[in-house]
Design a protein around this ligand. Structure first.
Ligand SMILES: [Fe+2]
Length: 380
């Protein structure tokens, strides 16, 4: 086997694990903790609970909640200014992908200077970040595990992918109880984002045995347990969704992603499209495009999805793609881009940007802007 790496944070997972936030901040040398979250988690009472835990551990806190979905560059810079003026020493974020990526962006700028745009792409961060503790409140983004952060450049209207070992947090605290307050739409879009992470990273040329086992586990957990989790919301179902998101995060953080995420980032930059709504629309089309380049591997993945195989690899892979389409339809997600995007006029520009996205480097079949445009037209 070629030399491979597998980078993950320290992971604390289980119901009630939010209670460990204070002790981990202290272990990392914290006295004044810079807390990042958003208004939604304030309304659910989770921010108050977290601040109580930190204060109970004797820590001081500075709270920052200028966070939006598809986090903006100017919020990163506002957070970095507040951090610098506050003598904080640890950054702790609670939320879905947006607060967690906002925290990563703030940590990057305060440690390295300049603007967040300076760190777009792979391995551009040179100085170590302040200690980062991340608490995901959704089972999907994988930001609490990954060495990725996705930030919107508002002038260029593009979602930048920042990829660096430095962005892997020190600690990920995963408490399935936080999913209790998530509505069905959030559970579905988060889980399907995690499914897209698992599928794209499994097919990535950078995949290796340590990432593949995680990806297949995530695919199995989501395809088998998401409907049940929506129906019953039993704690064990929510735990499985957290495990799936964590496993998918371990896989994509180390093997990266593909064309589905490259296009989703560009769509999000232009239309502010919610990330998790794009994947069920695009993923089947991207898989059909990729099929000739990774037929045997897609069949292996198909065997997990279908719990069986057909006579040939191609039949197995095609049946798995159809199975996923039916799975998405049963969940009630959009099946055409025209259902989630106001118009298709900017698609040439979107696909030109997507062809520059770092995630496209690991698509199993090389794809040009024209190929991506054809995929979007099929999905329209
Ligand atoms: Fe994603």
């Amino acid at each position: 086997m070629e030399v491979r790496k597998f980078s993950i944070p320290e992971i604390i997972i289980g119901r009630g694990s939010i209670g460990y936030a204070g002790s981990y901040a202290l272990q990392l040398g914290g006295k004044r903790v810079f807390v990042v979250s958003d208004a939604g988690l304030e309304r659910c009472g989770w921010v108050e609970r977290l601040l109580d835990i930190l204060h109970g551990a004797g820590l001081q806190t500075i709270y920052f909640n200028q966070v939006q979905s598809n986090p903006r560059d100017y919020h990163i810079h506002a957070g970095a200014d507040l951090y610098r003026g506050s003598n904080a020493d640890v950054i702790l974020a609670l939320g879905g992908g947006s607060p967690l990526d906002t925290a990563k962006g703030i940590a990057t700028v305060v440690a390295n200077g300049g603007r967040i745009q300076d760190y777009e792409g792979a391995n551009r961060i040179t100085r170590p970040l302040p200690p980062l503790v991340l608490l995901p409140s959704t089972a999907g983004s994988g930001s609490d595990i990954s060495q990725f952060a996705i930030i919107t450049d508002t002038q260029r209207r593009v979602k930048m992918s920042l990829i660096s070992r430095s962005l892997t947090p020190n600690v990920s605290i995963i408490d399935p109880d936080l999913l209790d307050t998530a509505d069905d739409h959030l559970l579905i879009t988060s889980a399907l984002d995690a499914l897209a992470h698992a599928v794209e990273s499994y097919l990535s040329p950078l995949a290796h045995p340590l990432t593949e086992t995680q990806a297949l586990k995530a695919i199995w957990l989501i395809t088998r347990h998401l409907p049940q989790a929506l129906l019953h919301r039993h704690p064990s179902d929510l735990e499985r969704l957290c495990l799936a998101s964590t496993a998918a995060g371990m896989s994509f953080s180390n093997a990266s992603l593909g064309a589905c995420h490259a296009i989703a980032h560009s769509l999000g930059g232009v239309f502010d499209t919610p990330h998790g709504e794009v994947h069920p629309v695009l993923l089947p089309h991207v898989l059909r495009f990729n099929l000739p380049a990774c037929t045997a591997k897609m069949a292996e993945m198909g065997e997990v999805i279908l719990s069986g195989r057909f006579a040939s690899d191609t039949e197995t892979a095609e049946a798995a793609i159809s199975w996923l389409e039916n799975f998405f339809a049963d969940l009630g997600t959009a099946s055409r881009l025209s259902q989630i995007i106001p118009h298709g006029e900017d698609f040439q520009q979107i696909c030109t940007m997507a062809a520059q996205d770092a995630c496209l480097l690991t698509n199993p079949r090389p794809a040009t802007a024209e190929d991506l445009f054809a995929i979007c037209q099929e999905a329209w």
